[in-house]
Ligand binder design. Structure first.
Ligand SMILES: [Zn+2]
Length: 101
């Protein structure tokens, strides 16, 4: 049974939405036979029992140049201001600043 344990190497962790996993199972087992129906039911039941990961959705935003020396850059997500030139992450709301200006 040990070979069925999940990979615990934290570098390989990827978060997925549970609804997407259920959709993938439904798609992969999209045949109305007794066997496919049974396997689909067992797989979806197992997926629904997995505890949610402690992860939040990534917010994407961008810096807006206000041309004000003291409040130069404004976050498009939270409107927080900073004098620093384009930090990669908003220090106020944590948004990833990879959006378009
Ligand atoms: Zn922000």
């Amino acid at each position: 049974m040990a070979e069925n344990l999940p990979d615990t190497n934290v570098g390989n962790i990827e978060y997925i939405r549970k609804a997407d996993a259920v959709d993938a199972v439904n798609h992969a087992l999209d045949r109305e036979t007794i066997l496919f129906s049974f396997v689909r039911k067992v797989a979806i039941s197992a997926l629904k029992k997995i505890a949610p990961a402690d992860a939040a959705p990534v917010v994407h935003a961008y810096w807006i140049d206000t041309e004000n020396y003291y409040r130069r850059w404004r976050c498009s997500a939270c409107s927080g201001h900073t004098k620093e030139a384009h930090p990669p992450v908003c220090p106020f709301c944590g948004a990833k600043m990879d959006g378009e200006e």
